[in-house]
Unconditional design. Structure first.
Length: 148
């Protein structure tokens, strides 16, 4: 069962989104989207700070607020793209940029793989045999997650 406070917050949020969509012209909605993104970042930062300080209730409130604002962002985003139409590019395409973008599209699996490799590769320690010593696993993904 959904708690009554969550239902009330959802009703208030949906009313606020409806009011914004009725009050703001479609060409101005990207500014609303930018504001919602910024507000989400502020709420996520507040949640992080509060959980680091051991304030679980405040952390929960910040995180639920961030989820609500992100949901509002999704609604406004979909409304904007459903009603704004297509934007035509008026400049001249750079052939080198087009080649780079096509190469990225043909290898989408390389981005996450390269990031994972970079975060988890062994790093040499200073000193020792041949100037590199034994292999240090470095910060790596697992260690970075444990520190947070």
């Amino acid at each position: 069962m959904v708690p009554p406070a969550v239902l009330a917050a959802a009703a208030i949020l949906s009313a606020a989104v409806a009011a914004v969509l009725n009050a703001v012209a479609i060409p101005d909605l990207p500014h609303v989207l930018a504001f919602l993104n910024g507000l989400t970042v502020v709420l996520l930062t507040g949640g992080y700070v509060n959980i680091r300080r051991g304030r679980r209730q405040a952390h929960r409130a910040f995180m639920l607020g961030a989820v609500a604002v992100a949901a509002a962002f999704l609604v406004v985003y979909l409304y904007y793209h459903a009603n704004a139409g297509l934007a035509r590019f008026g400049g001249k395409l750079n052939p080198e940029l087009v080649r780079q973008i096509r190469s990225w599209q043909s290898h989408p699996q390389l981005g996450p793989a390269l990031l994972f490799h970079h975060l988890n590769r062994p790093r040499p320690r200073r000193g020792g045999h041949c100037g590199h010593g034994s292999v240090d696993p470095g910060p790596g993904l697992a260690r970075a997650v444990r520190r947070a």
